[in-house]
Design a protein around this ligand. Structure first.
Ligand SMILES: Nc1ncnc2c1ncn2[C@@H]1O[C@H](COP(=O)(O)OP(=O)(O)OP(=O)(O)O)[C@@H](O)[C@H]1O
Ligand SMILES: [Mg+2]
Length: 285
């Protein structure tokens, strides 16, 4: 069905009544890639936590495929909604394969179908370019490797809706492109609603079908990238000057800082950097 809606959702962390989220009204239908953008602390992570029942909204309703999430058991919801956190608190020494296998848990209620599970694990290892890491302990990986394993685990869950908190934050530029292309492909080919939080306006603009821009705990703008990522909205929401040019039909944002001049960049005499250059042939591992 692919229908996720939030009606008048609000959320407060404490009992002091300060609302982190307010007046959230969002209706998402059908597979697509959606980016959520907005400044630090604006409520983006809180919003996706309210979508998948990690947090219970203090007001309003969250519906998934016409059922109130309040009435859906966590394990049932996990079959529909996958979630890839920004960083995982997991520190136990599981291998990468075992970590990804955990993503299959919601599907294995009465029996473990290990053959099918392993076929899926193999597929997502290849997709995330982490086959050589398969038997490494998860807690010994670099930040970017860690992130790709968590993405693989989210994919192994085979959800209808996949929520991702800054999935490209730790990735090098090549892996950023690889991952976001995969996310877009999931929407197009596997018919998954992919919702990702991102601070990268240009990545969000190039690949997203729709963008949600948040400010002050609520939705400030929503729609096609070209309608949302504008210099006026960027100024209002981030208080940053920018130039937004169209590139291949998508907005490309160039950040400006007119207050910082070459005069400000001048150092006292004496700063220097020297290094010997040694270039290995072939590409990096
Ligand atoms: N567990 C918590 N207890 C109390 N307040 C919290 C908690 N988690 C987040 N907050 C507060 O709620 C607000 C929204 O936080 P949230 O993590 O949703 O922001 P965000 O938009 O994801 O920001 P970022 O871009 O930095 O990840 C912030 O003011 C934050 O300090
Ligand atoms: Mg966040």
């Amino acid at each position: 069905m692919y229908h996720l809606s939030m009606e008048n959702v609000e959320f407060a962390y404490g009992k002091n009544g300060i609302l982190t989220l307010n007046n959230i009204n969002i209706d998402i239908r059908n597979p697509q890639l959606i980016s959520i953008i907005g400044p630090n602390g604006v409520g983006k992570s809180t919003l996706i936590h309210c979508m998948n029942k990690i947090l219970e909204p203090t007001g309003g309703t969250v519906m998934v495929d016409e059922s109130d999430v309040k009435n859906i058991k966590v394990k049932e919801l996990a079959k529909k909604i996958g979630y890839v956190p920004y960083t995982s608190g997991d520190t136990f020494p599981l291998t990468v394969v075992d970590t990804i296998l955990m993503g299959r848990n919601p599907h294995n209620k009465f029996r473990n179908n290990i053959k099918e599970d392993m076929a899926i694990v193999k597929e997502v290892l290849e997709l995330m370019d982490i086959v050589p890491l398969a038997l490494r302990p998860f807690n010994e990986l670099s930040a970017g490797q860690h992130q790709r394993v968590m993405l693989a685990r989210g994919l192994a869950q085979e959800p209808e809706i996949l929520l991702l908190d800054e999935p490209t934050a730790n990735l090098d530029i090549k892996h950023q492109l690889d991952v976001i292309r995969i996310l877009k492909k999931l929407a197009v080919e596997k018919h998954i609603v992919v919702i990702m939080i991102s601070h990268d306006l240009n990545l969000a603009a190039k690949y997203s079908d729709n963008v949600i821009m948040m400010a002050h705990g609520t939705v400030f703008a929503v729609g096609k990238p070209a309608d949302v990522i504008t210099k006026e909205n960027i100024k209002e929401v981030y208080d940053v000057d920018s130039e937004v040019v169209m590139h291949g039909g998508r907005p490309l944002t160039i950040l400006l800082d007119n207050e910082f001049t070459e005069e400000d960049a001048k150092l006292p005499e004496g700063a220097s950097l020297e290094a010997k250059i040694f270039r290995k042939t072939g590409t990096a591992e």
